[in-house]
Write a protein that binds this ligand. Structure first.
Ligand code: SF4
Length: 284
């Protein structure tokens, strides 16, 4: 790990030296004067870039002067240090977009900028890859707009993988509908359920629940004759007790109950929450 970090540092420094027109030198032989000369081309490091309206932000590794053969600055280089695998030919689209994003933010914030270009510095083989192309700021703003919370939720895409550890099930009707439709397996050892309470003994934590299958797609429920017993302890018992104490009598979401034969066990690893399908934002 340390070796890799060390090699990365040496690789990046060698590229920096080449940009300062000093050429290849053994790092242990660098003079104070040479190091000062290298430092003089570094205009900023670890700089935060923010668009004027505050919507776009980026963090550039290095901004260095782009020197001509006489050592005079002819522009700026936005450099991003890369420790991953260097590209075989040209930068992949994502990396290119990232580098151009820094370049374009910098240009926007500095209207009097000299010529600017962006480069990925790959320390592992000490190669430099330039990111050319049109501005990406319009696309970035479009992406930002697309990430704003909307009144209606995104289209649900229930599936075993994504719903497995999703913590939004008490508010999402879709996984329960997918269970009804056989698109989601019930789970062999741990299971989520939506139930109504038939009996609950807060002393012992014993409960009798009735499964409430979905009707339609929006979280409405129906009664069923499927009943099962459960033992609640620790967090599950506390949450159940709080629901009862609050006067709540509606359906309940049981998250990650452990199935043991016909009995469900709920404890610290579980959630006992009111079933509250959210069909649109309730933000003020
Ligand atoms: S439970 Fe709902 S919100 Fe969570 S992953 Fe499944 S479909 Fe998406």
């Amino acid at each position: 790990m340390i070796t890799k970090a060390h090699d990365g540092l040496v690789g990046a420094l060698n590229i920096l030296f080449s940009k300062s027109n000093i050429g290849k030198v053994t790092l242990s032989e660098v003079t104070v004067e040479q190091w000062r000369s290298v430092q003089s081309i570094v205009l900023a490091n670890e700089g935060t870039l923010k668009s004027e309206d505050g919507r776009l932000m980026g963090r550039l590794d290095l901004l260095v002067a782009d020197l001509d053969e006489n050592g005079s600055s002819k522009g700026w280089i936005v450099a991003d240090l890369k420790t991953g695998n260097p590209p075989k030919q040209k930068l992949n689209e994502k990396v290119s977009r990232q580098l151009r994003f820094y370049r374009d933010l910098l240009k926007e914030n500095n209207p009097d900028h000299p010529p600017v270009h962006a480069e990925g510095w790959y320390s592992s083989n000490q190669t430099v890859h330039r990111a050319d192309g049109p501005s990406v700021l319009a696309e970035a703003l479009e992406a930002w707009e697309g990430m704003r919370p909307t009144k209606t939720p995104l289209e649900p895409t229930p599936g075993e993988m994504q719903c497995g550890f999703c913590e939004w099930k008490a508010w999402c009707p879709s996984w329960w509908v997918a269970r009804r439709d056989g698109l989601l397996p019930p789970g062999a050892m741990f299971r989520d359920e939506v139930v109504s309470t038939i009996r609950f003994d807060s002393e012992s934590g014993a409960a009798l629940f009735q499964r409430m299958p979905p009707v339609g797609d929006d979280g409405e429920l129906a009664a069923s004759d499927h009943r099962f017993g459960a033992i609640l302890r620790d967090q599950a018992l506390t949450q159940m007790q709080e629901l009862i104490d609050s006067g709540y009598e509606g359906p309940i979401f049981l998250g990650s109950a452990r199935v043991d034969g016909k009995i469900f066990h709920l404890g610290d690893w579980c959630e006992v929450l009111p079933w509250t399908p959210l069909l649109e934002s309730i933000r003020e």
